[in-house]
Design a protein around this ligand. Structure first.
Ligand code: ASP
Ligand code: MG
Length: 316
């Protein structure tokens, strides 16, 4: 049985500035009568920056400039939101930044991947802390949950494997009758012994699919900076076409062969429960976008798709 819950995923580009966060907020307001599970990535290019911090930390190099860049970016963005919504208290954001400093003050363990996950995950913790506080400050009720406590994984750091039984029972404890909007971090999970894991770069789409699967969501929407799923990357092709209806099978094939629009692990959990996936533009939220579902060949128009890969070497 499907629930009425809709799962939304906002990627880094959709929350990379105060204006972008306001835009994402206006999208949420369009759906404010619905039950929403919202998954958010790190803001803008934060993950890349924190990867550099993690590298420097692990190798014993100085990372203070990088850390300052990260702090300035998030504090400036939070302050800009506080200027719009004066009830916004930025103390929780400062607390998260202090937690990161504390984490970096202990010597790294011998395991690079483990250290990486403990640090890089702060991008998502910062973005959700800021956005949840901003929404509360303007009266948009929401509950921020810690994805590490809900997405249960093994300890394959940087590519953690989900324990579906445990994750399902945790996620199903969320009570949407009292609260209609829950918010959490994409990309991250947690091990049984309390370490943070990540699901692989660009893994927030997969996080959203995990929540959609466990909540028996009615549908999931990925809000993107493109009008939908295109038949080719507009970076390389000047004339692209939007695909309106795509079967799960075709979407999996496109993702695995390198169409970078959806994380490859995303489709399977949705397909298993026949949950419709929409890819929509956060710039034009009322436009139709693309739908990925159990469409047959008749419904999915036969448009050829082009995937462009650079730096290939063929060995025979
Ligand atoms: N913030 C992570 C990354 O940039 C996860 C994501 O965006 O999906 O890889
Ligand atoms: Mg990202």
């Amino acid at each position: 049985m499907k629930s009425e819950i809709k799962v939304f995923k906002f990627g880094g580009a959709s929350v990379n500035s105060a204006e972008a966060v306001q835009n994402a907020t206006s999208i949420i307001k369009m759906f404010s009568h619905e039950k929403l599970m919202i998954i958010i990535s790190a803001m803008g290019k934060t993950t890349n920056l924190l990867e550099k911090v993690a590298d420097a930390y692990f190798q014993g190099f100085n990372y203070s400039d990088l850390l300052k860049e990260n702090e300035d970016y998030h504090l400036r963005l939070a302050q800009q939101l506080a200027n719009i919504s004066p009830a916004l208290d930025i103390t929780p954001v400062q607390n998260v930044l202090a937690d990161l400093v504390k984490k970096l003050s202990v010597q790294p363990s011998g395991n690079y991947n483990q250290a990486y996950d403990q640090i890089v995950s702060f991008g998502e913790i910062l973005s959700t802390t800021i956005i949840s506080a901003y929404w509360k400050s303007m009266g948009l009720q929401n509950i921020l949950i810690d994805a590490q406590k809900y997405v249960c994984t093994d300890n394959t750091y940087r590519d953690a494997v989900v324990d579906w039984d445990k994750t399902t029972s945790r996620i199903q404890t969320l009570d949407f009758t009292q609260n209609k909007i829950f918010l959490t971090q994409g990309f991250i999970g947690g091990t049984q012994d309390g370490f943070t894991t990540t699901l692989g770069r660009e893994g927030s789409d997969y996080s959203a699919a995990i929540f959609a699967y466990c909540l028996n969501a009615s549908e999931m929407t990925i809000w993107k900076d493109v009008p939908g799923l295109l038949n080719a990357d507009p970076k390389y092709f000047s004339e692209t076409q939007k695909l309106d209806f795509i079967s799960y099978r075709d979407a999996i094939e496109l993702a695995y062969y390198g169409a970078t629009i959806i994380h490859p692990k995303t489709i399977k959990p949705l397909q298993n429960k026949n949950i419709l996936l929409r890819v929509k533009s956060f710039v034009q939220p009322t436009a139709e976008g693309s739908q990925i579902g159990s469409f047959d060949l008749e419904q999915s128009r036969k448009i050829p798709c082009f995937i462009f890969k650079t730096n290939q070497i063929l060995i025979t």
